[in-house]
Design a protein around this ligand. Structure first.
Ligand code: OOG
Ligand code: NI
Length: 465
């Protein structure tokens, strides 16, 4: 920022604002959901053991800068009801250097929302703090009952989820190009208010029940004052051990880990969660109280980002496992079948790279730096790697997976009902509501990989003969 606005050095960086915000959010959630604190402790213990047991992993994470970010790394999730809410969230997250990345259609999986993830997109910003918020927009058009749909629309039209001061500070940041430290603190406090849990519903018990029957998610979005943060997820380096450790610490873990199976070279994202908490709710009719399940805990393990080709193979293999005997991920032998089918996915970094399945960051080794002159003009990365002159590090997947997300939604909404909706991805409608295009996540990884390759080539070309 200081490079482009040299006269505005009073502003703090968007990275700092994001870090203050994610820290404040984590503190708030720890108080609202005490089990979240227990989960953070569990993950810290598991990560410490994993790093100790695998010095190579530790070294690689230290080299890439990810070791330092590990303890602060979180993602959260929220759900909103209107285009205006979504568009304002986009502006709010932009103040913290977070941009919409990816489009996820969850209607296919029986959840009436479509989503994006707000996150930093530049390498240095990701390393500073990769805080992400998975953000879903309710698709009211998927409520079949016209009268109920009308009523939900009207309730949402009346609510205001942002404080006036937060809106002023967003305007100010857009106008001036940033916020100073004091305004940033005020902004963080005001923004936090939007994501707080409110036990007071905005509707009476009958309305809540009707919306709940349409879909539990509809009630969760429509009946409250704001889009309460529904989980905050730390990153673990060994999700199976963390999952096994959950019951002993009083967490009711979901049965299967979503995503790819355990592998020597982790790919994409594996996730598991513990069930939503039942929370007391007061409805607007004076003496009626009830319970609502909204918030839960989740952990995730991140692996290398896949190219379009790699992602197509992942999707194909996952579909194979899930279509077997129609049993889906509920079948008792799901984990074994997953493991079995995924033997078709190469599991060494050499193979992943050489077959163009995953993304890597390239750099000269010490030997490469010393011997640059000898190899000038050499273009083939694999040959340079074979000679020990270049090193390739996996690029971490920073995004989400729609099938996994649907599984997380389903397991935490409570109730067993399965709704069916017509599959219709509507990215343009979503972007219309958002007021911006979403980044193509694969294009982002691709350009990171290309930049690192270009730097290696430049270093070789520029070396004195
Ligand atoms: C979001 C569920 C998706 C993930 O990690 O895939 C998600 C929600 O329940 O609102 O957070
Ligand atoms: Ni999540």
């Amino acid at each position: 920022m200081s490079a482009t606005h040299p006269t505005h050095s009073r502003f703090i960086s968007t990275n700092d604002i994001r870090t203050r915000f994610s820290r404040a959010m984590s503190e708030m959630y720890r108080q609202e959901v005490p089990q979240y604190g227990t989960l953070i402790d569990l993950v810290a213990d598991v990560n410490a053991v994993a790093l100790q047991a695998d010095p190579e992993l530790r070294q690689r994470m230290a080299r890439s800068g990810e070791l330092e970010r590990l303890d602060v790394e979180r993602h959260g999730a929220i759900r909103v009801g209107t285009a205006e809410e979504l568009a304002t969230l986009r502006r709010l997250f932009a103040v913290m250097g977070m941009e919409p990345v990816g489009y996820y259609d969850l209607s296919v999986a029986g959840v009436p929302v479509h989503s994006t993830a707000f996150r930093p997109v530049h390498d240095d910003a990701l390393l500073a703090n990769p805080f992400r918020v998975f953000t879903s927009l309710l698709r009211l058009e998927l409520i079949a009952d016209a009268a109920l749909r009308e009523q939900a629309t009207e309730i949402l039209r009346r609510r205001r989820i942002f404080t006036p001061r937060a809106l002023e500070l967003i305007d100010q940041a857009e106008r001036d190009g940033g916020l100073d430290s004091q305004d940033a603190d005020t902004f963080v406090q005001q923004a936090l208010g939007t994501f707080r849990w409110h036990g007071d519903a905005t509707v009476d018990a009958i309305t809540y029940d009707a919306l709940q029957k349409a879909h539990r998610l509809v009630a969760d979005v429509v009946c409250f004052k704001g889009p309460h943060i529904n989980h905050l997820t730390p990153r673990t380096l060994d999700i199976d051990t963390a999952q096994d450790g959950m019951p002993a610490r009083g967490m009711d873990a979901k049965d299967v880990v979503e995503g790819p199976p355990r592998r020597a070279c982790p790919i994409l994202l594996r996730q598991t969660s513990f069930k939503a908490l039942k929370e007391d709710v007061r409805f607007t009719d004076a003496d009626s109280a009830g319970a609502h399940t909204a918030r839960f805990g989740e952990i995730e393990q991140r692996g290398v980002a896949l190219t379009r080709k790699g992602r197509a193979l992942y999707d194909e293999l996952l579909a194979q496992v899930r279509s077997m005997d129609n049993a889906g991920s509920a079948a008792p032998d799901y984990a074994q079948r997953l493991q079995q089918v995924f033997t078709q996915f190469p599991d060494t970094h050499e193979a992943l790279r050489q077959q163009g399945l995953a993304f890597y960051r390239y750099r000269l080794t010490q030997q490469g730096l010393a011997g640059a002159a000898r190899t000038a003009g050499h273009e083939d990365m694999e040959a340079l790697i074979a000679q020990g002159l270049v090193q390739a590090e996996p690029i971490t997947y920073e995004d989400f997976l729609p099938v996994s997300a649907a599984g997380i939604f389903q397991s935490n909404l409570g109730g067993d009902e399965q709704k069916q909706y017509q599959a219709h991805a509507a990215q343009q409608v979503f972007e219309g509501a958002l007021g911006a295009r979403v980044h193509d996540e694969i294009a982002l990884y691709e350009s990171t990989q290309q930049q690192t390759q270009a730097r290696v080539r430049e270093a070789l070309a520029g070396a004195p003969a």
